[in-house]
Design a binder for this molecule. Structure first.
Ligand code: ZN
Length: 451
């Protein structure tokens, strides 16, 4: 997907007032469906999902807070963060003292409007910059107006399964419930759609289940509605906070060295990028649900300015100046590279296991251009400790003959292409190309391992 398409999606989706239910999510998914195919499902309010219930649906048309002279301190039409998400409707005149418990600001960031929600407790409130709160004349009376609607409806989510040939299915899940903030979480929404767009028409080896849901309640309901299928998921990538100006990062799965973790690290290495590595933590997003004891789906997140780690997080300063399409595009390349490597991660069995096969009589020396010179980087082939140790030197291709010889050596079915890539420090694409050549000559065959 072009950077300009990503930018225009960001700009169109940014103003939409999303929450865990309501028309904001519907509108967002409709816009995404202009570029990618997926199904939209509505789950009625009151539906039980494990220990939770789908809440009433929330919609809002307008809200403002003004004093007797018409000075406005909060205006939904100017910025939807001015209203606490899920605020019940209100229309009253109040003394400052009565109003105060309903006001939220950030003294340490006086120019930022904070993001606040009250999903499961009936309440209402306004979020303002600390500067405007400080300027309020507390002797005045204030008109608090929130034109919202909170009643039984439904919660909306999107999903699609792209079916491949192997018996492994990977989950690509993101949340879509935050209002106007760029990195958390509009960037994840747009990257999810861009990734789906890029792989939707490919002839895939593994299956990929793309899910876009409101955070927490959406993931729990999705697990509840698809529990058999979700128990079979091999691993998950959860794009979130992917378009900040800082360094690329990777938050590991709860296992830490699962295939997902290793493939992501291999992809970074092949791109010559050293990411910030974050160990698994339950403070985060839907990995808490997907990796819960009933499902245990290893879930990793490739990010660019991870949540909690940038100052603008959950405020109006997380805008499209902070998060942009160019930065998102960089992260998208790592997600795409990861899927590409996942697609190539196969196991092979030698069909000529007794001694080395004779490559010369098959013309395999010629096919690699006759270069038998060992490239410099192959000099230190000691086994790589890939845990936390990631070099910034881009992993470059070595000789194809070497790649073939190592593949033949390890082709007892027990090692995946990723295992071999780690052992001999070669890009997976080169090994895959070599494997294809050996397969064509009947020297190895691909086997299913059921991992
Ligand atoms: Zn968030």
């Amino acid at each position: 997907m072009e950077i300009s398409t990503i930018q225009s999606l960001l700009e169109r989706l940014f103003p939409v007032c999303r929450s865990i239910t309501g028309n904001g999510v519907r509108r967002t998914l409709e816009i995404l469906r202009e570029i990618v195919d997926f199904n939209i499902t509505e789950i009625p309010s009151g539906t039980t999902c494990f220990d939770w219930k789908v809440p009433d649906e929330w919609n809002i048309t307008d809200a403002y807070l003004e004093d007797e002279e018409g000075n406005r301190y909060a205006d939904f039409k100017f910025n939807n963060l001015h209203v606490v998400s899920y605020s019940e409707p209100v229309n009253k005149w109040l003394e400052f003292k009565e109003l105060e418990p309903h006001l939220h600001s950030l003294p340490e960031m006086p120019e930022a409007i904070p993001y606040r929600t009250s999903y499961y407790k009936r309440d209402w409130g306004f979020c303002l910059t600390h500067r405007s709160l400080a300027e309020i004349d507390r002797s005045k009376r204030f008109h608090a107006v929130i034109e919202s609607d909170l009643k039984p409806g439904s919660m909306t989510y999107g999903d699609i399964v792209l079916s491949g040939k192997s018996d492994q299915e990977y989950l690509i899940s993101t949340y879509c419930c935050h209002p106007s903030m760029g990195n958390d979480n509009l960037s994840g929404v747009v990257l999810w759609a861009a990734l789906l767009h890029e792989i939707q028409s490919l002839d895939l080896y593994h299956s990929y289940r793309f899910v876009i849901i409101p955070e927490t309640i959406g993931a729990i309901c999705y697990l509840s509605e698809h529990s058999e299928a979700m128990k079979k998921i091999s691993g998950c990538l959860l794009p979130s906070n992917v378009a900040g100006p800082g360094r690329l990062g990777y938050k590991k799965t709860f296992i830490g060295d699962h295939t997902i973790d290793r493939i992501v690290e291999q992809t970074f290495l092949e791109n010559g990028i050293e990411p910030v590595i974050y160990p698994f933590d339950i403070l985060g997003s839907d990995e808490r649900q997907y990796s819960s004891p009933g499902f245990r789906i290893p879930t990793g997140t490739i990010c660019k300015d991870k949540y909690y780690e940038f100052q603008q997080y959950h405020t109006s300063l997380d805008n499209l100046e902070f998060a942009n399409a160019g930065q998102l595009y960089e992260t998208l390349q790592i997600y795409l590279g990861t899927i590409h490597n996942l697609e190539m991660n196969r196991n092979y069995l030698s069909r000529n296991p007794n001694g080395e096969p004779m490559l010369g009589k098959r013309g395999l020396y010629k096919s690699i251009g006759g270069s038998l010179v060992q490239p410099a980087h192959l000099g230190n082939k000691s086994h790589r400790d890939f845990k936390y140790k990631i070099t910034t030197q881009k992993l470059t291709a070595g000789s194809d003959l070497d790649a073939m010889r190592w593949l033949l050596f390890y082709a007892d079915g027990s090692k995946s292409l990723l295992d071999i890539a780690e052992l001999i420090n070669l890009p997976m694409s080169q090994l895959f190309g070599a494997a294809r050549t050996l397969e064509e000559h009947g020297l190895i065959e691909e086997i299913q391992t059921g991992e």
